[in-house]
Design a protein around this ligand. Sequence first.
Ligand code: GDP
Length: 339
Amino acid sequence: VPAAATQGKPRLLLMGQRRSGKSSISSVVFHKMPPNETLFLESTARVQKDSMHSFMDFQVWDFPGQVDFLDPTFDLDAIFGEIGALIWVIDAQDDYLEAINRLNSTILNLQPTYPNINIEVFIHKVDGLSDDYKLDIQRDIMQRIQDELSDHGVENAPINFHLTSIYNHSIFEAFSKVIQKLIPHLPTLEALLNDLCRSCRFEKAYLFDVLSKIYIATDSSPVDMPSYEICSDYIDVIVDVAEIYGWPRSDEYIESLEGEPWNKKLEDQVACLDAESAIVLTDMKRPIMLREVNKYLALVAIMREGSFEKMPLVTMNVETVADGLTKVFEITKQRNMVS
Ligand code: GDP
């Protein structure tokens, strides 16, 4: 079951050879480290079980060293039994033949017992490589893996390829694609976001994992990088503000902020504990709105120019969709508990 995971979270395992870029990826994506600072990272030589405030469960493993398939005491099931995706990082700026050999033997070892694990190959550090060269490398790597697997009678293993770099948003884009395959009811989430875009005349809506700024669903209009970047930067701003002013807040504190006399104008509104905000960026002229859905997820949308006046209607629709999204996740959780 691809979606089965610890506490209902999709679980990702990041593997690859030393210096391939694993710690950098996890630091940039999950710990907000500026890419330049990864130059000074100590290489990982340990299992990192990040306990994170994220929608997904994420671990980093170094390879070689940590997985010895021939060691009978090694509990493979504990590691691979529940994972949704195995992300394999290959350094595209280095000689990658050894990395491919190890990946091939890992896939061949896992295939018989865990045929459903999605293998996601990150052809990494492609910044600085020309577009032609990137595609050549990708073709070469795909061919070498396919040849080796079919020599061993393994056809149609679920393997996907992504060109990534921590120096641009490609790493986030790749993670978004990886995670979306693990979301049960993704079509339902997408349908909700499509409805929202239609009813509120939004240009684009994303459901983001707040910690990593990976989007786990979006409406069906095409993703363009500038809009994605603006939305993800906006999350940073809101998260920073929420860290300072957010909960857990005592009841007295909330009362002092939101009770008499401040609540007078809000009497008609439903009490709402989630963060919500909207902003108009002057260079873009289009408002952006953000609404927290649960403790991990936030809805971020780009509105159309001039639609700020319709904010009350927008807020109402967003409220309904946020409820809908929450319900979808509750259903998923129940099903995971039953199975
Ligand atoms: P690990 O041993 O797999 O955890 O590898 P590290 O994360 O320590 O990365 C090794 C080196 O690769 C570091 O100097 C990083 O700055 C560099 N690196 C990581 N990702 C990228 C990338 O996308 N592009 C480039 N050019 N360098 C990267």
